[in-house]
Design a protein around this ligand. Structure first.
Ligand SMILES: C[S@@+](CC[C@H](N)C(=O)[O-])C[C@H]1O[C@@H](n2cnc3c(N)ncnc32)[C@H](O)[C@@H]1O
Length: 254
């Protein structure tokens, strides 16, 4: 862990502070084919909307040019959902993280096309960003939508939703801030529920799985799956207030 990193502010022995060496990653870096439009969007967009990784706390107000609740997204894929949510919630800032180049290019394109001022992109391992750059208690929310399920049992250790990851996320949330996960893989959904429920700093907003919050649009893929009778599971947990209660949501107004 970087001494300069935000994790240095955590109490010794905290689960997230122990999340120091990253030998097992939740992604496999395949750059994939980048279209000319995506390449151009990166070239033109990233100098302005891209934030480079540095092992030092990030000044979120300076990054977005204003003080507003900030939601961090882990693994935005092609960024369609990310752009739709940022457009629908202009009073919230979104820090969207993805390692996959074509996805970064696609989101740069969407940001330019729609003139979204409340979205910034990082192309880096989101775990390292959370650990090293995000100050304790700084986030209004964290989105983890359809993370790679790593179906095979021997790959389950690659799943991003693990106790250490959840403890790290919880430490970066402000009291009342939320962690929203969604998956279409039932066994991963059960796994997520177990792991999130075991994190003492978080409290479930529902009795088990949550209804899909209005701000998360149905994806094309999800629509097709639902028509075929496949399920989708949302989980929304909130960081407890210091006194143990759960405060209202500053970001979504729920
Ligand atoms: C199955 S895709 C889902 C993408 C998107 N959230 C959606 O709903 O369509 C999971 C994405 O997470 C990204 N990812 C996985 N682990 C990551 C990490 N540690 N940091 C950043 N991105 C990650 C992968 O590159 C992949 O694009």
């Amino acid at each position: 862990m970087s001494e300069a990193g935000a994790a240095a502010a955590l109490p010794e022995g905290h689960a997230a502070a122990r999340f120091s060496s990253r030998s097992i990653r939740s992604f496999v870096l395949r750059q994939g084919r980048m279209t000319e439009g995506q390449r151009r969007a990166i070239e033109e967009g990233m100098p302005e909307i891209g934030i480079p990784y540095r092992a030092a706390p990030l000044d979120l107000e300076a990054a977005f040019g204003r003080a507003a609740p900030t939601v961090l997204e882990v693994g935005f894929g092609m960024g369609e959902t990310t752009a739709a949510i940022a457009q629908a919630r202009p009073d919230t800032d979104f820090l969207a993280i993805e390692v996959h180049g074509p996805g970064v290019g696609n989101l740069c394109k969407l940001i330019a096309e729609r003139g979204l001022a409340n979205l910034r992109i990082m192309q880096h391992d989101a775990v390292e960003v959370l650990r090293d750059m995000i100050p304790v208690g700084a986030l209004a929310g964290v989105h983890v939508f359809f993370p790679d399920p790593w179906h095979k049992k021997r790959h389950h250790k690659r799943r991003i939703v693990q106790p250490e990851f959840v403890a790290l996320v919880a430490s970066r949330l402000a009291p009342g801030g939320y962690l929203h996960c969604a998956t279409d893989w039932e066994e991963y959904a059960e796994w997520m529920l177990e792991v999130l429920a075991a994190e003492p700093v978080l409290q479930n907003t529902a009795d088990g799985f949550a209804p899909r919050p209005d701000y998360r649009p149905l994806t094309k893929f999800e629509n097709r799956g639902l028509r075929l009778g496949h399920g989708v599971w949302d989980l929304v947990f909130r960081r407890r207030a210091a006194d143990g209660g759960v405060t209202g949501d500053r970001a979504t107004g729920t």
